[in-house]
Design a protein around this ligand. Structure first.
Ligand SMILES: *Cc1c(COP(=O)(O)O)cnc(C)c1O
Length: 456
């Protein structure tokens, strides 16, 4: 057999034209979003003040396995997709491992990550509904960038609430968003009631994702013709991100390979949910088996140390409640944490799959993550995002285990993006000034104490 190529691409005509909804194959469906007032499942009607109608349908659809990708979105995807499935020959050689390592690289667009896959879908449905614009939050800025790109393409207005510390520390991200026409407000801000309240209670706060979400939701629900969009966590986002896994599966089939272990980083869970979707589908239907590993920062350990409970999705407690592995909506990672993936909760879909023992989770220290990032960058030629490097860490560890045991496992991980805007974190690492902080049980207890009392 001829050697497997370094990169496997699909042709345009081979690209998926439907998203795959893994919920259709789950025996235990993810728990529904609850109305925080009545504790009853949110109805489409109730959700329509916040989200676009078509996206609500997708959010609530636990049964339809395949959903058509509208032609206009397929065309947009063709600008920067398919993303390559890369055989990491150079990394394998550097590690001297008998394992085969593959990764799916999502960093080939200006947002530098997988987030554009869902941004274009959400913006498209907003436009189709005749809305004027959308609001959102962004942490480090990848989601805000992706959404501003999608909105610019479709001629929609885009208002981004950016976590204040990132707004100040990542001015270039901010300028990318403004170049695409978005307005960017540091959060918490004086422009919303919830922002004013948070500022009054915590003067000098540098903000958090949960807080920026509250502001963006308020801005959407109080501005005519606007809805709110979210870059991860929600079922609809996992659905859109299934394009990553579907392309990967087709590419593996093309080269006649099958991964043994699939590894992805987990922030809110959308990239991992999308990466594993078709593989998990086979596992759920009993057609194949895969080991699936979610990797999270030791400083924000939702899966490995969180509770499976209903929680607020935001700090201001204006959003519906979601059942998920969570550290509590008041949890804020230690300020020395630099590697992203800092959301307090995890997608309800992944939470249910993890709870049912269908996937594993691992947590890793940030210094070991940056060591893996550096090792990867030096041989594979891509400067990885710190988020993605959580997956690289565990992939390398798996490959090193194979070196000991002599096993020729096929390891597959999601390389979600590039790290060009994360050079301050890289600098800290390079200067030997990065440290690890692992929250104590007492630290975590503070977040858990804020969980709502829901008997479900
Ligand atoms: C946002 C982001 C993540 C986290 O993605 P989730 O889908 O929320 O888990 C991972 N990697 C990169 C590069 C990102 O920008």
């Amino acid at each position: 057999m001829s050697k497997i190529p370094y990169k496997t691409y699909l042709s345009e005509s081979e690209m998926p034209t439907k998203w795959y909804n893994v919920r259709a194959d789950m025996k235990n469906k993810p728990a529904p979003l609850l109305n925080p007032g009545t504790l009853q499942p949110m109805t489409a009607q109730e959700l329509s003040a916040v989200f676009c109608d078509e996206l609500i349908k997708q959010e609530l659809d636990n049964d339809t396995p395949f959903i058509d990708i509208p032609e206009e979105i397929c065309d947009f995807y063709k600008m920067y997709r398919p993303s390559p499935l890369v055989r990491a020959y150079c990394l394998e050689k550097a590690l001297d491992t008998p394992a085969k390592i593959y990764y799916k690289f999502e960093g080939n667009n200006t947002s530098g990550s997988h987030k554009l896959n869902s941004a274009i879908a959400q913006a498209y449905y907003a436009k189709k509904q005749g809305l004027k614009g959308v609001t959102t939050e962004t942490g480090a800025g990848q989601w805000g960038t992706a959404l501003s790109m999608a909105c610019a393409y479709l001629g929609l207005d885009c208002k981004v609430y950016m976590v204040k510390v990132s707004y100040e520390q990542k001015p270039f991200r901010r300028e990318v968003m403004r170049t695409y026409g978005a307005s960017v407000t540091p959060s918490p801000s004086e422009t919303t009631n919830v922002g004013k309240k948070i500022l009054a209670e915590h003067p000098g706060t540098t903000g958090s994702l949960g807080c920026a979400i509250s502001e963006a939701v308020e801005a959407a629900t109080t501005t005519e013709g606007y809805r709110y969009v979210l870059g991860s966590v929600l079922n609809q986002v996992v659905l859109h991100q299934s394009i990553i896994g579907l392309e990967s599966k087709l590419a593996f089939d093309k080269i006649g390979e099958k991964p043994d272990v699939i590894i992805g980083c987990a922030g809110g869970g959308s990239n991992l949910g999308g990466l594993i979707a078709p593989f998990m589908g086979e596992k759920l239907r009993g057609e194949a088996d895969y080991r699936i590993v979610a990797v999270e920062p030791a400083s924000c350990p939702s899966f490995t140390r969180g509770k499976f409970a209903y929680d607020f999705c935001d700090t201001g407690m204006v959003c519906p409640l979601a059942k998920m592995y969570t550290l509590g909506s008041g949890f804020i990672p230690s300020p020395n944490h630099a590697g992203g993936l800092r959301y307090h909760g995890m997608s309800s879909i992944l939470s249910q799959l993890y709870h049912d023992g269908l996937m594993e989770a691992a947590s890793v220290d940030q210094t070991s993550v940056f060591a893996a990032a550096q090792q990867f960058a030096r041989v594979e030629g891509i400067l990885p995002a710190p988020e993605s490097s959580h997956a690289i860490r565990v992939a390398i560890d798996e490959a090193l285990k194979c070196k000991e045991t002599g096993e020729e496992k096929t390891i597959f991980f999601g390389l979600t993006g590039t790290g060009y805007f994360d050079m301050v974190a890289y600098q800290k690492y390079n200067d030997g000034e990065m440290s690890d902080y692992i929250p104590t049980d007492e630290d975590l207890a503070v977040g858990f104490a804020g969980l709502p009392k829901v008997d479900k």
